[in-house]
Design a protein around this ligand. Structure first.
Ligand code: NAP
Length: 641
């Protein structure tokens, strides 16, 4: 039994009270008592919700909660560990502060996983026959968040596998990005595997070393390291039509090549790991050190230097405030400003009371995660949906979007009362949701306002040995040049040559316009599964771990289909793939990121949104519950004479 802290009421005040109330229903069984209409939170857009219940009411709730929690910790059993669905629905609506439409119920019950069971755990849904599982061998490319997850699920399914990664350690993006200030921009209580929650995140949005430690810890817990070949590139994949296996050429760092075979290949290589350097004249002539944010040169001391930064996306937004105090002068070159949405606790520690409650109050962790999930995913999406009847300015796409813009603009302007000259420069002209929004706790504009920082919005036309020249002819002198210019996100699998049936080349078949069925499968490329593939990214809504968990469930379902039917290969039917992609393109036009006046890395060279999922999370969840056998052509094993 946990020691009950003497200051329990004070500790409870530090947690998210709207999520505490449904947790107390499990404890006492009295939904009417805890879910009172006068305590129901009303969230203002972009608030954390803690202010949603008046202060005196919060004090009263915490006093009453402390009594119930003390009784429980003294041995009183939970009155309602598994509420009936009508109570569960009341709990959901309460914490969300709105009536959640009925069609979300099964999806959200699954997400809540109150009994610890979820369809996202394929053990529950896709049990592979042991013999069939053993006959499969899977090659997983990448040991980042998705590759680790794939390894865990394949091990649980009894499928032999090997993971290969180019890096010397696990973690993917969390291993590679070490720039100052790098941290997650989804709350960690949601940005973590659903089956491996941590109650001990030091901050709501933890820094990169914490994330790397989390993923390393998961790898160790599941004993995956021995299944990973590090510092090895997969260079080619070729489907052997006669034997129905993939042949993969691996090249290790010391130059050794090896060919391995696998029945299926899962790529788990992320979308954001090939740095993109801008095509600016004279780039190679710069005399001083220059590097990309994802390849940070920790050996370059920036103290007292004149530093130029090109780009103001999510990466620059994090490292600029960190380096600004140290450098002699910082020139930030901005093409388009990012949308900053106010999140005051972005850099704050998780208070001890919240950690204690997450750990000791049954179901509080579930309801807190649930609230984060709803409020930042399906609950937020209407804000970035285009209204075809909208007559507002092109910087907005609908009434909710316009209202959100007003709130965000007011928050930015409030920070610039002393620097009106910056207002026009930092308020974007494109709609919120057009690009990835960043979380604003004031440090970005505080950095731009520093006397040693200049924000330059003139077009960069040339780089010289001495600095950066803008269209007005000014040469901005710099000792160090840092590119915060993002990644070659549309060039899916650019490092990998893939030859499918009949030697068909994947990249040629894409013609620079990568597509997939559900982001995962490709006609002509049997048993190839691409996690976080085309059209599976999200702009504003949620954590990409959710998508990976859905994708891996689907992949295990596909392996089950092979194992159960005795088929040796499966690939989506061309008509299914074509129809899916047509619908995706149509749907993407209905969101801020598909808006014609937005240019971003979500669109490829043809202007097609090749990155983003154009529906709700519920739709990806449903579509990936299990592969529909009718969507696939299954190839039976060839008869041997
Ligand atoms: P990014 O969002 O693509 O930003 C690139 C920046 O470089 C943009 O400001 C872009 O301007 C600018 N740029 C590109 N070419 C330019 C040129 N020729 N001249 C001037 N400016 C140029 O890249 P990122 O900041 O590395 O972020 C990429 C993605 O990684 C994010 O969207 C996010 O998904 C992820 N990320 C996440 C986190 C996190 O979770 N905390 C942190 C970092 C990154 P335009 O806007 O005009 O194109």
């Amino acid at each position: 039994m946990a020691d009950v802290p003497a200051n329990l009421e004070a500790l409870l005040r530090e947690c998210h009270v709207p999520a505490l109330l449904p947790a107390l229903v499990h404890m006492t069984g009295d939904a009417d008592f805890w879910l009172r209409p006068e305590w129901r939170p009303v969230y203002e857009p972009l608030t954390k919700g803690d202010t949603a219940i008046p202060d005196d009411a919060q004090a009263e709730i915490c006093r009453l909660a402390a009594v119930a929690i003390r009784e429980h910790l003294a041995g009183k059993p939970l009155a309602m560990p598994n509420p009936p669905i009508d109570v569960l629905r009341r709990q959901m609506d309460f914490v969300a502060g709105e009536s959640i439409p009925e069609q979300y119920t099964d999806f959200l019950v699954d997400e809540l996983a109150l009994k610890g069971e979820s369809t996202k755990d394929p053990k529950a849904t896709h049990h592979l026959p042991r013999e069939g599982a053993r006959k499969l061998k899977v090659l997983v490319v990448g040991a980042g968040m998705s590759g680790i997850l794939t390894g865990i699920r394949l091990a649980e399914a009894g499928v032999p596998f090997e993971i290969v990664d180019k890096n010397p350690d696990v973690g993917g993006t969390w291993f590679e990005n070490t720039y100052p200030g790098c941290r997650v921009d989804n709350s960690n209580h949601m940005y973590s595997y659903s089956f491996e929650p941590s109650h001990d995140w030091p901050q709501h949005y933890s820094p990169q070393p914490v994330l790397l430690k989390y993923f390393r810890g998961v790898v160790d817990k599941y004993d995956l390291r021995r299944k990973i070949r590090f510092e090895t590139m997969v260079e080619t994949l070729a489907w052997d039509d006669a034997r129905s296996v993939w042949r993969a050429t691996l090249k290790s760092r010391d130059g050794r090549s090896e060919v391995v075979e696998a029945n299926a290949v899962v790529t788990a290589v992320g979308q954001l790991n090939r740095p993109r350097f801008p095509d600016i004249e004279g780039r190679e002539t710069f005399a001083g050190p220059s590097f990309h944010s994802a390849e940070w040169r920790h050996d370059v001391d920036l103290k007292g230097k004149r530093v130029a930064v090109i780009g103001t996306g999510a990466s620059a937004y994090q490292f600029v405030p960190e380096i600004a105090p140290d450098v002699a002068h910082l020139t930030v070159f901005q093409r388009n400003p990012p949308w900053g949405l106010p999140v005051a606790h972005y850099h704050e520690d998780v208070p001890p009371g919240m950690k204690w409650t997450l750990e000791h109050v049954p179901f509080y962790d579930k309801w807190y995660r649930f609230w984060l999930f709803w409020s930042t995913t399906e609950g937020f999406l209407p804000n970035v949906k285009a209204d075809p009847t909208w007559n507002g300015p092109p910087s907005t796409i609908g009434p909710e979007n316009a209202e959100l813009r007003e709130t965000a603009v007011a928050a930015l302007e409030a920070q610039l009362t002393d620097r009106p000259d910056l207002v026009d420069k930092v308020i974007p002209s494109y709609p919120i949701g057009g690009k990835r929004a960043v979380l604003d706790n004031g440090v970005w504009l505080a950095a731009l306002k520093r006397p040693n920082v200049s924000l330059v919005t003139d077009k960069v036309v040339r780089i010289t040995p001495m600095g950066v020249v803008t269209a007005d002819g000014t040469e901005h002198a710099a000792d160090v040049l840092i590119y915060g210019t993002g990644f070659q996100a549309s060039n899916f699998l650019s490092f990998l040559k893939v030859k499918g049936r009949g030697g068909r080349d994947l990249h040629e078949s894409w013609g620079g316009d990568a597509r997939a069925y559900l982001g995962l499968t490709h006609p002509g490329f049997p048993n190839l599964f691409t996690i976080y593939g085309p059209n599976t990214n999200i702009v504003v809504n949620g954590s990409i771990i959710f998508f990976s968990e859905c994708a891996v469930r689907y992949i295990v379902g596909a392996l089950k289909l092979l194992a159960e039917t005795g088929a040796v290969a499966m690939e989506p039917k061309q008509a299914v793939y074509d129809d899916f992609n047509r619908r995706v393109d149509e749907a993407n036009a209905g969101w801020a990121w598909g808006s014609p006046n937005v240019s971003s890395w979500y669109k490829n060279q043809f202007g097609r949104v090749s990155q983003n999922w154009p529906y709700g999370l519920i739709d990806y969840w449903r579509a990936t519950l299990a592969p529909n056998p009718d969507d696939f052509a299954l190839e039976r094993a060839k008869e041997t004479a």
